[in-house]
Ligand binder design. Structure first.
Ligand code: C2O
Length: 325
């Protein structure tokens, strides 16, 4: 059977690590029943939104993006469009607050499974629509952290600026720019010089998407989380723990790149790299608030093609495709 829509009326306590200082992960409840997602459609004349590489955006773009995050942060936490409510979505879906409808004992978990890619795609999609509507620009596209290419292997500068809305104090201070990321970081600092680190990262990248989207969830998805989080926090908050990761604006850029990897993987070999055809996967569904805000039920089959959702990724080189180990 397909994974049932979560029953958000019964959002329960999350399985939080020791020392987590949150009371609940449950997003604000809705009085209305969810509506089924309707794709923006070919009829809509709006051009595709192009998500840019975060390290190469203009100052104007960064200012706009900052304004959008500021607007989300300014909303009260009981507004589902608020930054706090958006961050809690990740905690609720990822720390066991939900049970699928009809399975009160079972906990829904979107990680370590084939729900990983579609769940996060939906999450970013609604986040982007909310942000765009709050700044009056429905064409606004969120950035991706291009950690798979040498120029993107540092924390993008706009996130590291302490005066910015994109800054999060709960990060590993040693990893602020110009430190290069280690794409298979495991908590120990590698002893590479920069050229070696870049080379190492390209090889890590080469191995992963070529094996299909499954392995990407482990590496580099997990290591990037750990690399960002603050090692002096009990659970490496924010990025280093599921329940808190959504509190760091960098989370959405990291996941935009993960989402981009799904598209890149399909493009690498369009004939063999195809999505699962299993209806249980295709009909699995999630609930999200849109920008109006109303509760929407969206299925995996609705999100297989980013074009149908009205966005694409900036075309950037894929140096790792040639980094055969
Ligand atoms: Cu839902 Cu990067 O985790």
């Amino acid at each position: 059977d397909p994974v049932a829509t979560p029953d958000i009326s019964t959002c329960g306590p999350a399985d939080l690590p020791q020392g987590a200082n949150v009371l609940t992960c449950c997003p604000p409840p809705s009085n209305a029943l969810p509506v089924d997602f309707a794709p923006p459609g070919a009829a809509s004349s709006s051009p595709l939104r192009t998500r840019p590489a975060a390290h190469s955006v203009t100052a104007d773009y960064a200012a706009k993006f900052n304004a959008g995050i500021a607007a989300m942060k300014a909303l009260p936490a009981d507004d589902p469009r608020s930054f706090a409510a958006q961050a809690s979505v990740h905690c609720a879906y990822c720390d066991g607050s939900y049970s699928p409808e009809g399975f009160p004992g079972a906990e829904l978990q979107v990680h370590n499974s084939w729900l990983f890619f579609p769940f996060h795609r939906c999450y970013l999609y609604f986040f982007e629509r909310i942000l765009g509507s709050l700044i009056g620009d429905p064409g606004f596209a969120i950035p991706f952290w291009n950690w798979d290419a040498p120029d993107g292997m540092r924390m993008p500068a706009m996130y590291a600026d302490r005066s910015s809305q994109l800054f999060d104090p709960r990060r590993d201070g040693r990893h602020a720019p110009p430190k290069l990321i280690d794409l298979d970081y495991n908590g120990r600092e590698p002893r590479f010089i920069d050229d070696q680190q870049i080379d190492h990262n390209l090889r890590v990248m080469y191995r992963q998407p070529n094996q299909g989207p499954g392995p990407v969830e482990n590496i580099p998805h997990g290591p990037v989380h750990i690399w960002c989080g603050d090692p002096s926090q009990p659970g490496r908050e924010d990025m280093g723990n599921f329940y808190s990761a959504g509190n760091d604006p960098l989370f959405y850029a990291h996941h935009a790149n993960i989402d981009r990897m799904w598209s890149v993987w399909k493009g690498l070999d369009a004939r063999r790299h195809t999505d699962l055809a299993d209806p249980d996967w295709l009909d699995a569904s999630f609930l999200f608030y849109d920008e109006t805000p109303k509760l929407v039920r969206i299925r995996v089959r609705d999100v297989l093609d980013t074009g149908a959702l009205g966005y694409r990724y900036q075309d950037v080189p894929l140096p790792w495709t040639a980094a055969r180990p």
